[in-house]
Design a protein around this ligand. Sequence first.
Ligand code: NAG
Ligand code: CA
Ligand code: ZN
Length: 600
Amino acid sequence: MARFAQLLTSVLVAVLYASSAAAAPWPVDARHTTHRTHLVGRAASVELQAFHPESTYETFGTEGLDHPLARRDGFDLKGAAISFVGSKLSVEQEAVHFRSSFEGEATKNAWVKQQSNGVPFANAVANVAFNHDGKVVAFGSSFVKPAKIASHVPTVSLEDAIATAEKTLDGKYNDIPATLEFLVLEDKTVALTHVVQIRNEATGAWVEAFVDAHANKVLSITDFVAKATYRVIPIQEQSPNDGFVNLVDPQDTLASPDGWHNDGTTSTTITAGNNAIAYKSSQSTGTTAASSSPLIFNYTQITSQEPTTAVNVHAATTNAFYIVNSVHDISYRYGFTEAAFNFQTNNFGKGGKGSDRVTVSVQDSAGTDNADFTTPPDGQSGAMRMYLFDITSPGRDGALSNDIVTHENTHGITNRLTGGGTARCLQTTEAGGLGEGWSDAFADWNEQKATITDFTTGTYVLDNTAGVRTHPYSTSATVNPLRYSNLKSLSEVHAIGEVWANILHNVHAALVTTYGWSATARTDPTTSEGNVVWLHLFIDSLALQPCNPTFLTARDAWIQADANRYSGANKCLLWKTFASRGLGVNAASHADDTTVPSGC
Ligand SMILES: *[C@@H]1O[C@H](CO)[C@@H](O)[C@H](O)[C@H]1NC(C)=O
Ligand SMILES: [Ca+2]
Ligand SMILES: [Zn+2]
């Protein structure tokens, strides 16, 4: 310890110091606990080895460890932390930089960093926790004795460092204020770095870059995005018939800033995170764990065996988790945010009520050949139940049918956005029918490619190309003849929903015919293609419409949504399409009308 005191003191006054080889009590190298390889830049062409000095850790039981500042009146957390760390590590207090603290119910916690010449070390830190008596109960440290330390005065400008980081990491500086920090390297030399955040919206990359402030080179990064791989059916496909793919990092970090396995407080390696928890039978024991670390969910379905075979359960749970998170992220981009009553554990201070991520029960034992979604008010979890289908042998799993998972999840969106988060406003038969229609229509939207084609749903679980509805959704009135007036003879919500979903399919087709189709619509709502316009109107209209809407008021809300967002640019397109299925200007009481407003 004395040796370290000398070393660190000398660091404070000198620029260079050759350390001795005697390491104890300093940690020995163990690469998996100290290193992380990052492949960054365009086509992952640059390899960076990030180094993190290993932490020592001690705990002190119920009594805690006494120290000089423990019993002072008016316990000063910052002062106690700096004083304790200084004495514990035998370093001068000038070598300890106070970073943050909070007082919890059971302990008072403080975090500090090593510093030199007033410049903090990014990766040499310590944390200390005090109990109610002001005694230390836990202490961790990755402070180092530097072999050599760079001058604390940068010779590379911040501007130049940003340019280097943008070029190396293939992204843009995001204007978060840069900092100047020391960085301990693997050989225990210490570099001075400009620390800047670099993002690439297209690839989802979001890192903090440490650029050598003397050599103008990226030395290391902090990756804010948890890398994750899921073997799933991509959301633009429908079922296992379309094939599984290992998707890497499908999360949208604008919608899910901490990824899909972290709620800002707790991080997991199972199918549970801020937006959803997917499990079979039990939320505490029935989630699916990553098949390899850190977050690789690579379970290959065995089609010849029943869905209840363990690997098939994991494949289905992984897929449902992926779809529900994807629906969260897509709908978030278009306005189903925290403040708009969405489903998240942690709302990151952005409004609305949290603690309501979607619970996804896979292979739920309550039923067969179906699925359902329960939407309580904002602040309580939406509950999805996916059932097994026993029509084929082996049976089939609804959680592997993206259209069904998306359909169920959309009930949560429509029930929350209609009526301001109360979940009370899709209760009449006709409003319930609209709800079924929106759910099919959003599943339809997800699977469309550049040219809108007929859509069928539920084909996988029935192993039947016709699927679960009476007609495919189609622009052809021959393939799908449903009109507004069919409501006269319909009383079941899914049957009513078919009429509405088919109208919305036709609206989608008309918009794509006029404005084209965007392949990036799921993550970029700012472009002007028809599928982007459609999803904006879909989400916008939900909050505009009255409680328990009818086909007439839901139609009016779409037209108003277009007036709000696009100054009515699509008014005639919308009216013509609605009127083509009987929802014209004078439609009423389930009687068709094909009139469009004058000027259309
Ligand atoms: C997934 O598992 C298969 C073997 O089942 C293996 O060949 C493949 O490399 C794995 N992929 C990933 C990304 O782990
Ligand atoms: Ca919420
Ligand atoms: Zn439904």
